[in-house]
Structures are given as C-alpha cells and as structure tokens.
Write a protein that binds this ligand. Structure first.
Ligand SMILES: Nc1nc2c([nH]c(=O)n2[C@@H]2O[C@H](COP(=O)(O)OP(=O)(O)OP(=O)(O)O)[C@@H](O)[C@H]2O)c(=O)[nH]1
Ligand SMILES: [Mg+2]
Length: 132
C-alpha cells in the first residue's frame, strides 16, 4: 500500500467571483492539466500553514484567512492523494505564476472548459452547484 500524500489546496475566489487556476508543468504528476494552487503538507506543519506557504511560493499571494471546503482522497494508479481543500477569499496581492506556470482567473460557470486531474471532479461539481 502506497503512502497517501497530504496536499493543501486553495480554491481562491476574487471579488468578481472568479477562481484562480494554475497549469501544471508537463513533467509533473498530472502534468498539462489545470489545478488549484497548493502543495504537500510538510512535517510539523498544519494544513493552513502549508496552504499559506504554498500560495506564497506558487502564486505570490498573501493569505489572511481560509475556510475548510472539502476533503478528497483519491487513488491514481501511481499515487494516492488526500486533497485538503480550503476556500480563500481574504487575500492580498496579484496572482503570478512564480514557477513560470500559467495562471488564470476563471468564472465558475466556465470551469467545465478546463481539464483537471481526476481527483478534482467533486470540487468542480460543488463549485458549479454553489454558483447555480
Ligand atoms: N496542487 C494541487 N495538486 C493536485 C490537485 N489535484 C490533484 O490531484 N493534485 C495532486 O496532488 C499532488 C500535489 O502535489 P504538488 O505537485 O502540488 O506538490 P508540491 O507543490 O508540494 O510540489 P513538490 O512536488 O515540488 O513538493 C500531485 O500529485 C497532484 O497531481 C490540485 O487541484 N492542486
Ligand atoms: Mg504544488
């Protein structure tokens, strides 16, 4: 049994009700797909701490507060992940792809036009339901 990787994921929503997507680099796991920014929770770090750190490192945003949104465990053939997803509406800064990745603000009703990792389906469905 493979270890389950604990990932802190941020669904960042701006005042225009757009969510921030980032494109995963081709060489990464699930490369070429769009994701919600985030990354692995390190030892001795809470999920919130990990999320704040990752969102600064990946998209240069400063997060003031987050709220729990969803918890998804998913088994890829090569990797088991647990996505600890938080909503972020209280932040400052302008989003940039610090690691050279494409970032994009997208209206919730347009999310179906983007390709996400398989594990993300329930997140997209919940956002679409909230928005309808
Ligand atoms: N960040 C993020 N990861 C996701 C999403 N959906 C999903 O299945 N994952 C998976 O969760 C894992 C997250 O790893 P990551 O590559 O973001 O981790 P990280 O930022 O700490 O990078 P690192 O590998 O350089 O330490 C990957 O296996 C990725 O495929 C998502 O929406 N956002
Ligand atoms: Mg990451």
């Amino acid at each position: 049994m493979q270890k389950r990787i604990h990932v802190a994921v941020g669904v960042i929503i701006n005042i225009q009700k757009q969510v921030l997507l980032a494109k995963r680099h081709d060489h990464l796991h699930q490369g070429g797909k769009w994701e919600f920014p985030g990354g692995k929770v390190e030892q001795n770090e809470s999920v919130t701490e990990a999320l704040i750190r990752e969102l600064k490192e990946e998209v240069d945003l400063d997060i003031n507060q987050t709220t729990e949104f969803m918890d998804i465990s998913h088994d890829y053939p090569d990797k088991h992940v647990r996505l600890d997803i938080h909503l972020v509406t209280d932040f400052t800064g302008n989003a940039v792809g610090v690691e050279g990745q494409q970032v994009k603000w997208v209206y919730i009703h347009d999310l179906n036009d983007y390709q996400f990792p398989e594990a993300n389906k329930p997140i997209i469905d919940k956002l679409l339901a909230l928005n309808s």
